[in-house]
Ligand binder design. Structure first.
Ligand SMILES: Nc1ncnc2c1ncn2[C@@H]1O[C@H](COP(=O)(O)OP(=O)(O)OP(=O)(O)O)[C@@H](O)[C@H]1O
Length: 341
C-alpha cells in the first residue's frame, strides 16, 4: 500500500511541483491550505490557486483556518519584538508552530505518514541539511523545528534548483501560470514594509533622539522601530561626514545609539530558547547570525540552557532577537535566539 503524505499547498510553484514529484514517487498525496494571517483578500487568491493546482493534479485539498493560533504564536511576538527594539524572525516561529506543528497534527488526523512542503532544505530524518540550490536554501528558517518530527518530513525540492522547477512548470500545460506568478514576499504577511504593518498596532512614527556612544544627543530619528542594528540611513547626525550605524536601540526612551563601523564589532553572543539536534555541550562549528550571511567559525559552550558563542571573526551588526543557527558544513546543528549583551 502506498504511503500517505500531507503536502502544504500555498498555491505557489514550489508546492505545486512538489505535489507532482511526490505523486511520481508513488505517494498518495493530499494537500492542505492553511489560512495563517488575516490580510484582507489574501486567502481568496491563494486558496484558489492551491485549489487549481490540486484539481489539475487530482489531489484532495483540505483547508483549515489557523488565524487565531498564527496570531498568538507568530504575529503578536512579531509586533512585541519590534516594540522591544529587537528584530523578530516570524518565519522560524511559524515553521515550528504552524507548518511543522499544526500541519503535523492535521496529518495524524487524516492518517498521513508524512508531511511535505516545497521548502528548499534536505533531511535524513535526523538532521536538516542546506539545499543544493544555495540561492534558495531555507534551512536557516527551519532551525527551530522539533527534532522528534524530522523522520516524518519530506522535502521534494531539497536537491533541485529553483530555475529547474520554474522551467518544468512552464513546460506543462495547466501549470504554466504557476511558473509566471510573482514570487511570494519574504514574510508572507508583510505586503509593503514591516513599519506600514506595525502602524496599526503600535506608535511607529514617534520622532526621538539619536545619541552617540558617549551618550550625547547628536541628531533625530523617525521612531525607533524603523531601525535595526547596523542600519545606516533614515536618521540625522549633526555635522557628520562619515557614515554612522545604529549600534543599539533603547525603546523605553525612544532613542537610538549610533557609532562608527568598528562600534558594531561583535565577538560573542549568548543564545536562549535553544533547539539543538545534537547533544554536544562544547564544540567548534560555524554560525549564521542572519539569513543570507556567511557562516562564521565559532566555539559553543552550552551552559544552563543557553549557548555561549565565541566568534572567531568579528561580525558587524548583530541584531538582538534574530536567530543564530549552527552549521557543520551543510549540516544544521540547531540554534537559538540572540539575547541582549
Ligand atoms: N498557507 C499555506 N498553507 C499550506 N502550506 C503552506 C502555506 N504557505 C506555505 N506553505 C508551505 O511551505 C512551503 C514554503 O513556503 P514559502 O512561503 O517559503 O514558499 P514559497 O517558496 O513561496 O513556496 P511556494 O512557491 O510553494 O508558495 C511552501 O512550498 C508550502 O509547501
Amino acid at each position: 500500500m502506498s504511503k500517505k503524505v500531507l503536502l502544504g499547498m500555498s498555491g505557489g510553484v514550489d508546492s505545486t511541483v512538489s505535489a507532482m514529484f511526490l505523486k511520481e514517487e508513488g505517494y498518495e498525496v493530499e494537500g492542505l491550505y492553511m489560512k495563517l494571517h488575516s490580510n484582507p483578500g489574501y486567502h481568496e487568491i491563494h486558496e484558489a490557486r492551491a485549489r487549481k493546482a490540486a484539481d489539475f493534479l487530482g489531489i484532495k485539498l483540505h483547508v483549515i483556518d489557523l488565524q487565531e493560533i498564527f496570531n498568538e504564536k507568530v504575529f503578536k511576538p512579531f509586533v512585541d519584538t519590534y516594540a522591544k527594539g529587537k528584530t523578530p524572525n516570524p518565519c522560524a516561529l511559524c515553521n515550528r508552530s504552524l507548518k511543522f506543528g499544526e500541519m503535523l497534527k492535521f496529518a495524524y488526523k487524516i492518517g498521513a505518514d508524512f508531511v511535505a512542503t516545497g521548502h528548499y532544505i534536505k533531511t535524513d530524518g535526523k538532521y536538516f541539511y542546506e539545499a543544493d540550490d544555495d540561492t534558495k536554501d531555507q534551512s536557516y528558517f527551519l532551525f527551530y523545528v522539533n527534532k522528534e518530527i524530522l523522520p516524518r518530513l519530506l522535502f521534494p525540492l531539497g536537491d533541485r534548483k529553483k530555475s529547474e522547477i520554474k522551467e518544468l512548470a512552464a513546460s506543462i500545460n495547466g501549470l504554466a501560470t504557476f511558473a509566471s506568478q510573482r514570487e511570494s514576499s519574504e514574510i508572507c504577511f508583510v505586503e509593503t514594509t514591516y513599519t506600514d504593518l506595525l502602524q496599526d498596532y503600535v506608535e511607529v512614527d514617534k520622532v526621538g533622539e539619536v545619541l552617540d556612544t558617549s551618550g550625547k544627543v547628536v541628531g533625530e530619528h523617525k521612531g525607533y522601530m524603523h531601525y535595526t542594528i547596523g542600519k545606516r540611513r533614515g536618521f540625522s547626525v549633526n555635522g557628520a561626514h562619515d557614515p554612522h550605524y545604529v549600534v543599539s536601540i533603547n525603546p523605553d526612551k525612544n532613542q537610538i545609539i549610533v557609532g562608527k563601523k568598528e562600534d558594531l564589532a561583535c565577538n560573542s553572543v549568548v543564545l536562549n530558547n535553544l533547539n539543538l539536534y545534537s547533544d554536544e555541550k562544547s564544540f567548534d562549528t560555524t554560525v549564521k547570525l542572519r539569513y543570507r550571511t556567511k557562516a562564521i567559525p565559532c566555539h559553543v559552550d552550552i551552559i544552563d540552557d543557553k549557548a555561549h558563542v565565541t566568534l572567531k571573526e568579528s561580525v558587524f551588526g548583530v541584531a538582538v532577537g534574530q536567530a543564530a543557527v549552527f552549521y557543520d558544513g551543510n549540516k544544521l546543528l540547531g540554534g537559538g535566539w540572540i539575547e541582549d549583551n
